[in-house]
Design a protein around this ligand. Sequence first.
Ligand code: ADP
Ligand code: ASP
Ligand code: MG
Length: 450
Amino acid sequence: MSKPSSRIVKKFGGTSLQDAASIETICQLIQDRLADQPCLVVSAHAGVTDALIELAEHAVHEEVDLGPLVRRHQEILRDLGLPTDLQTPLFRELEDLCRGILLVGELSPRSRDYVLSFGERASSLCLAAALSARGTPATAVDAAELGFRSDSNFGQANLLPDDGRIAENLAKVEGVPVVTGFLAKDTQGNRTTLGRNGSDLSAAFLGNAIDAREIQIWTDVDGVLTADPRVVPDARLIQALSYDEASELAFYGAKVLHPSSLLPAIQKSIPVRVLNTHRPKSPGTLILGDLPEEDLAVRCIAHKTGLTMVSILSSRMLAQPGFLARIFRAFEAQEISVDVVATSEVSVSVTLDPGTSPTRLAKVRQELERIGTVQIEEDLALLCIIGHGIQHRTGVPARVFGPLQRAGITIRMISMGALKVNLSLVVRDQDCERALRALHKEFFSPQDKP
Ligand code: ADP
Ligand code: ASP
Ligand code: MG
């Protein structure tokens, strides 16, 4: 294994870069900890990626007005005392691109990714300039130029293994590198993006490439909490999580981490820490390998809404080899990934993520109807109770039913992962928030030690 470097990768999300005051806070934070040999990864300023998506969609039909977007960026630069024309060449390029989209009257996934790239490219210029102006020399670095390569799955590109060029190129950067998150280039040189919240993955990938000592995800909450604080305001901070618990939590909907962001860290056993930009002294959440035996607990409850459940009922299923394979092949053929699976002797149910294409789902349905009766139920939500304590403490499943029954909530499906790190429940979307609060109270009420 290669020797860990003494660098720390620090990723700042859009919420940490929302205005000049937040950027000042970051500058101070970096200056106070230069001993960390920081290597920064940034998201676009909060809301900019959403604005660019809208812009790209409008650009197909009409001449778009970049004014509001340009003014938002200029206002931040002005408030930081920086030249307001710093990003002008970028916005000219964006203007040309939008004109091109209008001309061809079509927004290809490739052009869409190109449009989205401007958010991170602009914010990295801004932060590097702010740091430099405050006495910490820094350089904006485009991840695509640094060596982040991906496949051509635009919108959700998969990073290709690094061949050592990232560390090599990074070593040549002067001052603190401020690398664009979320972005890469495919082998033909087209710009790609890594999926929403992809900067977390960029940070972890960079940490892996340079054998970082630690990967820090700086955000707008104190760390990973026992539930989404927007739904459960009294959610508590989790001090430590194992890699597999954190992976489950990210996969099952907690926006605080991108679903694949733990993998590069796990590969090289690099600790990941989630911290609050606005309260830098709070200890945050440390995510690392195995936790001590006495620390096995029910850790948190993740949730996601807008799911669809597909159930296949067939009395012929029993003793038929290849039955499940046929079902999963139908989903595979339409490139639909399934989330949670539950089976009985006469039925199989799977849940699908909100983004599933209705046309592809209709094709799967057709195929599955050759096997059995198919039921499709929409507007469902998934609640996922996560923690090694599920395996090591008795009575966790039993504690799930009482509170939900008392709240009058019906469970539509239940599934326990083979590693017993999670217990997943499907309920109706409209019951989700109540169910989450009831379960959170059961497992994390102040007097209760989870
Ligand atoms: P950033 O801009 O830093 O990437 P995000 O908005 O992507 O921030 O992620 C942070 C948000 O994730 C928090 O503000 C919080 O609302 C949400 N969140 C959802 N589940 C959790 C959880 N279990 N712990 C912490 N935050 C969570
Ligand atoms: N800016 C991108 C997004 O809004 C990536 C990120 O924030 O991580 O999804
Ligand atoms: Mg994020």
